[in-house]
Design a protein around this ligand. Structure first.
Ligand code: NAD
Length: 472
């Protein structure tokens, strides 16, 4: 039997594979409990989310740092990302909630057509470990902005942050509409027995496939926010100084555990040595000679992840790669910011998402060669190109299909709340943030409103279709 604690409702319920839930809390059934879905209700939920973060900042920051051993700088990034997203939604919510008039063909006039966006219902949001706050709060903000009830399941790898949600979400949000379920695989598996109106999952493609299988046959729509290998092409005409700073900053942020982190670099021999030397200087300048002592450098999640990363290094070394950095302290969950050169596509590290502080630099024969390499693999969650040429920019943007792209930067697109965030192909399906977040949790209902007064001139639509009508 699996016990699932329902925070905020003062009760627990049990389930085994053969029994159904003995207790159905209100938020699991929008029929039993229906908030009015008004603009006011939605605004209150968004303001509640904001207040939850701001009023308990100290406690939240402590939980966050304790869970991940993260530097405080990372916390501010998470917090500001959330606030930017919520503020943007607050500013455009009224407009988003208005019906949208669409073109009505002449023969259907004076009736009119429009789109009404209605809440999908009760949704499930499952979060990953790496940005435990942002990747629960931002989808939740999108869900409540669309007028949905939501159940959130934070990552069990971040117990302190998950407990924070369990403690505060039911206080700051309408506790009948938003619930928190804590736990890992068994609890999530139990939760998935409930038919939700949408599942919003952020995590690995491996687990996404398991969840798809678990809910197969229920026709539950899903938004999948997954990962992948996000390439960086550094062209010969790139500003190498700026490129190195931006790549190092976004790669080693959160110790490499960022879904849109630059995964690997491709460049030609013409700039390779200069680029690698610049990257090394940036590492030293950002994190000092000993990153383990730096206040700005995070830690790897756990021993399993460290061993996985160590495995990449050993495999690459055996196949002829050179390693800069690579120091590991298992007890401290530490891996130094690491660069690999002399990298070839057959190395394990070039086959899987790295999700750690190792940056492979692979030599290519030119820009076209780099594009060809990306196109051979799965579509990435993000793709990056550093160049000063508009021709390269256009070719890059029109040739590489990815969830998002940046030119002369990495990962920063996520901070603009007015563009969709999501993947394509193996990197996921569906998107959110701002308008797209609202739409993600809405059904866009097509509506036609006709009159009855002009029925006399509509005689042609009614049978029998004989005589004069046959010509139409
Ligand atoms: P994960 O897939 O291991 O776990 C994600 C969630 O799924 C957790 O809440 C976990 O409890 C749950 N889960 C795990 N196994 C399960 C199972 N068998 N059945 C049901 N639920 C299960 O992901 P993670 O390690 O926490 O996060 C890292 C991954 O997430 C990376 O691949 C990264 O690229 C991806 N990610 C994507 C985004 C994005 O926005 N696209 C953001 C962050 C992370």
């Amino acid at each position: 039997d699996v016990e699932v604690g329902l925070s905020g409702h003062g009760s627990t319920f049990s389930s085994s594979t053969s029994t159904t839930f003995s207790y159905s809390p209100p938020w699991l059934s929008p029929i039993e409990y229906l908030h009015d879905g008004s603009y006011k209700w939605r605004i209150n939920q968004l303001l509640g989310l904001k207040a939850m973060v701001l009023e308990n900042e100290e406690e939240l920051m402590k939980a966050y740092v304790k869970d991940l051993g993260k530097p405080k700088g990372d916390w501010f990034l998470e917090k500001n990302g959330i606030l930017a997203d919520i503020n943007h939604t607050l500013s455009c919510l009224h407009k988003l909630m208005q019906p949208e008039t669409r073109h009505t063909p002449l023969w259907m006039q004076p009736g009119s057509t429009k789109i009404i966006r209605e809440p999908l219902g009760t949704v499930l949001i499952i979060g990953p470990y790496n940005y435990p706050l942002n990747l629960i709060v931002c989808p939740l903000a999108a869900a409540v902005s669309a007028g949905c009830n939501a159940v959130v399941k934070p990552s069990e790898q971040m117990p302190e942050t998950a407990n924070f949600f369990a403690k505060y979400l039911p206080i700051y949000l309408d506790c009948h509409s938003c619930g928190v379920v804590l736990g890992g695989i068994p609890e999530t598996t139990t939760l998935l027995k409930i038919k939700f109106d949408k599942i919003f999952f952020t995590g690995s493609d491996r687990v996404a496939k398991i969840i798809e299988k678990t809910v197969a046959g229920t026709l539950t729509p899903m938004c999948l926010e997954l990962g992948g290998k996000s390439p960086v092409i550094v062209c010969d005409d790139a500003n190498l100084t700026v490129a190195s700073k931006r790549i190092v900053q976004t790669k080693y942020l959160n110790c490499g555990a960022t879904c849109i982190a630059p995964d690997y670099i491709m460049c030609t021999s013409a700039v390779h040595d200069k680029l690698v030397s610049n990257l090394q200087s940036c590492i030293t300048s950002f994190y000092s000679d000993d990153a383990q002592k730096s206040e700005n450098y995070a830690r790897v999640l756990n021993k399993d992840h460290l061993e996985r990363l160590e495995g990449y290094l050993n495999d690459a070394k055996n196949k002829g790669a050179n390693i800069f950095g690579g120091e590991i302290d298992m007890n401290d969950r530490y891996m130094a910011p690491t660069i690999l050169t002399n990298v070839t596509p057959d190395m394990d590290i070039m086959k899987e998402e790295i999700f750690g502080p190792i940056l492979p630099v692979m030599k290519v024969n030119g820009f076209e060669d780099a594009l060809g390499h990306v196109k051979k693999g799965e579509k990435p969650l993000a793709s990056y190109c550093f160049t000063s040429s508009s021709k390269h920019t256009d070719t890059f943007l029109s040739n590489i299909s990815s969830g998002a792209s940046c030119v002369n930067d990495c990962a920063v697109h996520v901070l603009s709340p007015d563009v969709p965030f999501g993947g394509v192909g193996n990197a996921g399906m569906g998107s959110y943030h701002g308008r797209e977040g609202f739409i993600c949790f809405s059904h866009e209902k097509a509506v036609y409103v006709n009159d009855t007064y002009t029925d006399g001139i509509r005689w042609i639509r009614y049978p029998p279709f004989s005589g004069f009508k046959e010509g139409f």
